[in-house]
Ligand binder design. Structure first.
Ligand code: ADP
Ligand code: MG
Length: 606
């Protein structure tokens, strides 16, 4: 019998390994920058085109390679960093497996230009899918330029799997942040499609953090420091009042290597116990220094996870150190997150003149059909002119008095009430109780206001008639360059909703907003939009518009628990009644319940 076991041809082995090391352009950027660091570079330039899909280039001023090493560097298991298995336990460099370049070269077009200090001339090598295309001497400066083009050109399935330029760029930027934060003493540049995104001078840790995330970070962080025989901890944690709505600026480094650790994350969060609301995220930048003997970095191919030999000790040292810092900076453990609602006027309707409710009547309306209808589609709903607010009221109680039905048919619904003082009051700071005919109506203030704002936004948008408010003092919002890139892709959406935005390198200026509302929280609305955009869920434009309007309405609406005064309540009731359909909130929740005289009677005589 013929033997069946064969050695994989090396190009196949390389492609398989590439799948492990190279997931996307960001992994290439990371490996190349790590090699530059390992080569002792003091300045590293990362140049990217189209989120790395077209080009990832790293230029360093490190040791460079001679001709032989340059050729060798593309071989699998070629590494200058370890010779024996023992070396593994005290490894200080980033790379040591000697497979990054081989893997990358297997799935891309690679050009290398490199020169050592001793050599007169450098070496140029061009490969495609690990095949040598050309090699020649070249005049170049000391250091290495490695260019990776057309990643996954020979694996169409992988290439197709790559996300949008913005998303890939965000991953590249994440890797850049991690390395730049771990090595503040190294000069880093990031250039995307010809634009300089970062130019980070040699600095200390705190300076590096604020050069990346904005100068205000300095005031938002408190230092953490703890030294034991086992581990040294150094870094910064965010003051509780600056917690973010989204995960993001959370970094652990062990021996200058970024790591992910849900376990240590938990330790750190536990230090904030009682200081922050659930579902909010403090920023942190924590650096651990530990004898490499005590950690195992080799448990994950991309090496972002490591294991300490004594995890519980690290956990408690971190927790105590962070708690101590937060306490030392005079942060009372009982920070009150409930805003004093009496201090803000929630609902800016006081100056508005109340308007007589308009209603449209559907003569074909069948109240018993309502229950069968599925959840409302709001794009459709706002176009639908025929239904009225009281649809819901009727179907909801189901026991319709014939009189009410007749009233509707005769468009007399409000006639009897015109000129009459509205009875309305707030119940539990959450509901507006009002009357209509023999019915007592409980309106959920938050949902009602959400719907009013949502409809207002969608209507203004549809009619292209935004009475956008020009701001005398534009709102400045500090953002990450990639976040600004993301927003730019939705410029049309923003303008169509009345936001006039000016884009700068690290911040945006919001110069107009869709309407004046004291509760309009622009920062949160933009953060939420960025969060949604970066999820990269394919959505059609209409869906994005509806989501955006919903989000603005949700964030702006008067909250449950907020006290409302009489004019505010009346204005909201009048706005709500003025809508064509006011049964469900934009997220599909019921807005009101009602109790009829008959129902009360029934309850009484049960
Ligand atoms: P590893 O980093 O695990 O050793 P790599 O495949 O990333 O493996 O790199 C292989 C070898 O190529 C390295 O060990 C190093 O000797 C050399 N090398 C790679 N990039 C550079 C660089 N930018 N400057 C100098 N030498 C480099
Ligand atoms: Mg390497």
């Amino acid at each position: 019998m013929q033997s069946r076991i064969k050695l994989l041809p090396s190009h196949v082995a390389n492609q398989i390994a590439a799948g492990e090391v190279v997931q996307r352009p960001a992994s290439v950027a990371k490996e190349l920058m790590e090699n530059a660091l390992d080569a002792g570079a003091t300045e590293i330039k990362l140049i990217v085109k189209d989120g790395g899909k077209a080009l990832i280039q790293v230029i360093d001023n490190g040791t460079g390679m001679n001709e032989v090493d340059a050729r060798m560097s593309f071989e699998r298991h070629a590494t200058s960093k370890i010779l024996t298995a023992e070396d593994l336990s005290h490894i200080q460099t980033k790379g040591f497996r000697g497979e990054a370049l081989a893997s990358i070269a297997a799935v891309a077009h690679v050009e290398l230009k490199t020169k050592t200090a001793e050599d007169e001339l450098g070496t140029y090598i061009h490969t495609e899918a690990n095949k040598l295309i050309s090699q020649k001497p070249v005049a170049t400066t000391k250091g290495t330029i490695l260019s990776v083009k057309n990643l996954f050109f020979n694996i169409p399935a992988r290439r197709k799997f790559l996300k949008s330029i913005q998303v890939e760029m965000r991953h590249v930027t994440d890797e850049f942040h991690r390395l730049a934060l771990a090595h503040p003493q190294i000069v880093f540049h990031l250039i995307h499609n010809g634009n300089t995104i970062y130019q980070l001078p040699k600095s200390n840790h705190l300076q590096r953090i604020s050069n990346i995330f904005g100068s205000r970070h300095k005031e938002r962080l408190v230092p953490v420091k703890e030294e034991t025989d086992y581990v040294k901890i150094y870094g910064f944690v965010g003051k509780p009042e600056f917690v973010k709505l989204k995960r993001g600026e959370q970094f652990f480094f062990v021996n200058d290597r970024f790591i992910k650790s849900p376990y240590l994350h938990h330790a750190l969060l536990s230090a904030y116990e009682g200081l922050i609301k659930p579902k909010s995220y403090p920023s942190y930048f924590v650096y651990f220094e530990i004898d490499p003997e005590h950690i195992d970095v080799n448990i994950h191919p991309t090496k972002t996870e490591i294991k300490f030999d004594d995890e519980p000790t690290v956990y408690s040292i971190l927790r105590v150190a962070a708690r101590h810092s937060l306490g030392q900076f005079n942060l009372s453990p009982s920070i009150d997150f409930e805003r004093d609602s009496s201090l803000d006027v929630p609902y800016d309707y006081v100056k508005k003149t109340p308007r007589t409710p308009k209603i449209n009547v559907d003569p074909d309306f069948n109240p018993f059909e309502e229950e069968k209808k599925s959840k409302p589609n709001f794009l459709h709903k706002i176009k639908q002119e025929k239904t009225i607010f009281w649809d819901g009221l009727q179907s909801e109680t189901q026991e319709l008095s014939g009189q009410l039905e007749q009233d509707i048919a005769q468009e007399q619904l409000f006639e009897s009430e015109v000129g009459q003082e509205h009875v309305s009051f707030q119940y539990l700071n959450k509901y507006i109780v009002t009357t209509h005919k023999d019915k007592l109506v409980f309106i959920h203030q938050n949902r009602a206001h959400q719907l009013v704002l949502f409809q207002q936004l969608m209507k203004q948008k549809e009619q292209n008639k935004f009475n956008a408010q020009q701001l005398i003092f534009p709102i400045e919002l500090e953002l990450q360059p990639y976040e600004i890139e993301l927003l730019k892709t939705r410029e049309e959406l923003l303008t169509s909703f009345g936001f006039d935005v000016e884009y700068q390198q690290k911040f945006i200026l919001i110069k107009s907003i869709p309407f004046e509302q004291k509760t309009l929280d622009i920062t949160t609305i933009f953060q939420e939009l960025i969060k949604n955009l970066s999820l990269d869920i394919p959505m059609d434009v209409q869906q994005i518009e509806v989501d955006f309007a919903q989000n603005i309405a949700e964030k702006t609406a008067v909250q449950s628990g907020t006290k409302m005064n009489k004019p505010e309540m009346d204005a909201l009731i009048s706005d709500l009644f003025g809508l064509n359909n006011a049964v469900f909130s934009p997220k599909g929740k019921r807005i009101f319940v009602s109790l009829s005289g008959i129902e009360i009677e029934n309850k009484l005589n049960r």
